[in-house]
Design a protein around this ligand. Structure first.
Ligand code: MD3
Ligand code: FE
Length: 215
């Protein structure tokens, strides 16, 4: 557009949340149909499942993965595995559209050459949530994490390195992308219980893609 849009929404298109953490509003909107088609193909091979934490709780978020590795949890602990424990098969390959989007988003955040070897796909229905946690099962925490939100909006919580650090809240919407690297890579974060609703792209669910270099 030739003129600045005076009626644009107030939320900025890009926002530095903390050093190394970048929010890119709507960055995945163009890719969303390809991403959703990719998820449909992946879940046909590696269905969403509710895994059990080491403490014995069944997660409210349903998960699957693609790429060389997939994130799994059971009574033995959290880890990355090259095979889907439910089928014994390798995880589905990471679609090129997934990889390319993650690489572009990481580059925008100052992390060129991001080469994720896993994409965790989280599916939320109303009431599903992810308690405040750190992502620290990856071998090299020097690589960033890129996350893509699709479908119903959610309230994202993020704090700092310490569990007791002040927690901030942020609404994440369809097409929003976050990149976390550098000093923010090990920040605590979570998702509050999803509110009921309907989204034209995903129906009554929220989907989140999380790209990581795990191996
Ligand atoms: C901040 N997923 O799968 S993505 C997860 O929306 C996870 O499903 C959430 O946290 C979701 O582990 C949040 C945003 C995110 C991802 C990784 C981070 C934020 C992060 C790593 C460090 C700091
Ligand atoms: Fe996480």
């Amino acid at each position: 557009m030739a003129q600045p849009d005076l009626f644009a929404p107030p939320s900025p298109a890009r926002d530095i949340l903390s050093p190394g953490a970048l929010l890119l509003r709507g960055f995945a909107l163009d890719a969303a149909p390809d991403l959703l088609a990719g998820i449909a193909a992946i879940e046909a091979q590696a269905p969403f499942r509710h895994m059990v934490t080491p403490g014995g709780f069944t997660m409210s978020v349903a998960m699957t993965s693609c790429g060389a590795l997939g994130w799994v949890t059971d009574r033995r602990g959290y880890r990355y595995a090259p095979h889907d424990p439910d089928t014994g098969a390798p995880w589905p390959a990471m679609p090129e559209a997934f990889r390319a989007l993650a690489e572009r988003a990481a580059a925008e955040a100052g992390f060129p050459g991001f080469a994720p070897d896993t994409c965790l796909i989280n599916r939320y229905i109303p009431g599903a949530k992810l308690a405040l946690h750190q992502d620290k099962d990856e071998r090299d925490t020097g690589a960033p994490i890129v996350s893509v939100s699709l479908g119903l909006p959610a309230t994202f919580q993020w704090g700092g390195l310490q569990r007791g650090d002040t927690v901030r809240r942020l609404a994440l919407e369809h097409g929003d992308v976050l990149a976390w690297g550098g000093p923010s890579r090990l920040f605590h974060h979570g998702i509050l219980a999803l509110k009921p609703g309907h989204h034209p792209a995903t129906g009554a669910t929220r989907l989140n893609l999380t790209f990581r270099r795990a191996g």
